[in-house]
Design a protein around this ligand. Structure first.
Ligand code: ZN
Length: 112
């Protein structure tokens, strides 16, 4: 499997969550790594009165991302590395099989 070392500025795929109504399914989007390594929250317990406990672990492969959607940029909080492409995670572009292609024209544009 192709897996270069993690570094700020490398391009990866961010897997979007898609829309709640299912009209837009999760999709791969190009993203630039802006930070490497982060504390990820695995569980949150609310205690009331504004108190909560976070269970966290340090993840050397969690990355903050600048996600390049076709209609704008957004900056994703550190997200986990997941080659299976779960929404809200990142993966290496050449291994996912989700690489989007340009839509084909529906009419012949070759004649003058
Ligand atoms: Zn992908």
């Amino acid at each position: 499997m192709f897996a270069p070392s993690l570094a700020i500025g490398r391009v990866v795929h961010y897997r979007s969550h898609g829309s709640a109504d299912g009209l837009h399914p999760p999709a791969c989007v190009a993203a630039d790594i802006t930070a490497v390594g982060a504390w990820l929250t695995t569980n949150t317990t609310e205690h009331g009165d504004g108190l909560r406990t976070l269970d966290q672990h340090w993840d050397n492969e969690a990355c903050a991302l600048a996600v390049r959607n076709p209609n704008g940029l957004f900056f994703a909080a550190p997200c986990a590395h997941d080659e299976s492409g779960e929404p809200g995670t990142w993966h290496w572009p050449l291994t996912c099989g989700h690489i989007p292609t340009a839509p084909r024209p529906t009419e012949d544009l070759t004649h003058a």
